[in-house]
Design a protein around this ligand. Structure first.
Ligand code: NDP
Ligand code: 2IT
Length: 448
């Protein structure tokens, strides 16, 4: 690592020693951008690294709400407004009991570079709460969302900060959040993305992250003269990203072998075909049930309690699409032993640092989430554009734009990785290209 970058990282480790996930994300980016810092002294002179690791603003607030029994409950709400050099803060909201400031700072930090890579005018931010939607009624979720917005509305706006979904936040939550924002501010504006299609949403926003991951995968395989057709694919998760990634793999002729949730993994050696996919969609997205139920309908499949998909069967491609640090060194080795040639991150930071190192040394393709899952926020950017023009593109138009976006991001990664002398290294390509644009904008805008 570059000496200056290392110094900033060491200081950060002392200052925020308990923020494990945040420090991991910074280390991953700093390792890559070191190649740029080495040859461009301006970034040290302007102290860009010290500035970029500190969020512009962090808001933490109480979220009191009442459950169906009339009991009072209290959660913590957060919004990390990390960097606005390229546009309004933009990034999702995560509702999950594991949410804390470290996780939201890691997500917000990565979001800066991801959003920069899309080429759209979006800064980086992230927010959420330790609220657990599991076992809650729709009404409880609504009351929670309304209370969350009772504070957040002061800090966001179509040109200030535009939240969206992430784990535990989908169309239902965005609807309740938007309704409360409108009530409080008395403006109907594009303050959130991921809205429903009949009141300002974009076609394909729900599908965009998963579809984009697979478009990126196809591009990366093409470089090696390969394609998804006929490949065996392992996918983790069974939420928004995983399910739509699975759909696009099917569309492109691949065989989806697994899906999972935090309880365990199902492996279907016959492949999850269109009919089974529809069943899973209904099971996970509408009924919010556990993936284990798949066996009730398809008893020939296997269920592995408490296991993640990696290495459970032979596969060519791995798409981790659930959560951070869900693919460790042992699991990366198991993937390799089972014939895997390609790991593409659908989730944010799903691969541990030592696993990434192993995958890269093993000459497998590896692409980081900041590039591969950028189709989600990219399509959020498309939603903002449609809102400001007061119009709606067709499904086909959005799909075409999404494909072009993923192709463009892929090309940027390849070109940048080559320029710094590490051809094929997607982390270097993505981090450097994403960082450079933000850092240069920060210099242009002075010390603010
Ligand atoms: P969902 O809430 O729709 O689905 C999350 C899935 O991951 C569920 O299957 C869930 O299982 C599983 N999961 C969540 N937390 C854990 C955990 N701690 N351990 C094991 N499994 C877990 O979220 P998304 O699909 O939207 O998000 C998945 C990933 O993709 C996240 O990393 C997110 O940050 C990232 N992402 C999302 C984008 C989007 O547009 N939605 C865009 C870019 C990235 P269970 O039901 O058991 O909790
Ligand atoms: O991690 C992500 O990029 C998201 N959760 C999507 C953010 C967005 O603003 O659409």
């Amino acid at each position: 690592m570059n000496k200056y970058a290392l110094e900033v990282l060491e200081n950060l480790k002392k200052k925020y020693y308990w923020e494990k996930e945040f420090l991991q994300a910074v280390e991953e980016v700093f390792k890559s951008i070191s190649l740029l810092i080495d040859i461009e002294p301006i970034y040290q002179k302007e102290r860009i690294l010290e500035r970029i690791v500190e969020p512009e603003r962090v808001i933490i607030f109480r979220v009191p709400w009442m459950d169906d029994r009339g009991e009072i409950r209290v959660n913590t709400g957060y919004r990390v407004e990390f960097n606005s050099a390229l546009g309004p803060y933009k990034g999702g909201l995560r509702f999950h009991p594991s949410v804390n400031l470290s996780i939201l700072k890691f997500l917000g930090f990565d979001q800066i570079f991801k959003n920069s890579l899309t080429g759209l005018m979006m800064g980086g931010g992230k927010g959420g709460s330790d609220f657990d939607y599991k076992g809650k009624s729709d009404r409880e979720v609504m009351r929670f969302c309304q209370s969350f917005m009772n504070e957040l509305y002061r800090h966001i706006g179509a040109h200030t900060d535009v939240p969206a979904g992430d784990i535990g936040v989908g169309a239902r939550e965005i609807g309740y959040l938007f309704g409360q924002y409108k009530k409080l501010k008395n403006v109907f504006e594009g303050v959130l993305t991921g809205k429903s299609i009949n009141w300002g949403g974009s076609y394909l926003r729900p599908e965009a992250t998963g579809f984009g991951v697979v478009y990126f995968t196809e591009e990366a395989l093409n470089v090696r003269g390969e394609s998804i057709e006929g490949k065996r694919v392992l996918i983790s998760g069974a939420g928004n990203v995983a399910i739509h990634a699975a759909k696009k793999v099917l569309d492109l002729g691949g065989k989806v072998l697994s899906l999972s949730d935090s309880d365990g993994t199902i492996i279907d050696e016959d492949g999850i075909d269109e009919e089974k996919w529809k069943y899973v969609y209904e099971l996970k997205i509408y009924r919010r049930a556990r993936i284990k139920e798949y066996l009730e309908k398809y008893p020939h499949a296997k269920y592995y309690q408490g296991k993640r998909p990696w290495g459970l069967t032979k596969a060519d491609i791995a798409l981790p699409c659930a959560t951070e640090n869900e693919l460790n060194l042992e699991e990366a080795k198991a993937l390799k032993e089972n014939g895997c040639i390609c790991v593409i991150e659908g989730a944010n930071m799903p691969t541990t640092l030592d696993a990434i190192e192993f995958i890269q040394k093993s000459n497998m393709i590896f692409a980081p989430g900041i590039a591969a899952n950028a189709g989600g926020v990219g399509t959020s950017g498309f939603e903002m554009m449609q809102n400001s023009m007061m119009m709606q593109w067709t499904k086909e138009e959005v799909d075409e734009k999404l494909k072009r976006l993923m192709k463009h991001i892929h090309e940027t990664c390849i070109k940048t990785a080559e320029e710094v002398g590490t051809p094929g290294n997607y982390i270097n390509g993505a981090s450097i290209a994403g960082f450079k644009k933000v850092a240069d904008a920060m210099i242009d805008q002075g010390l603010v």
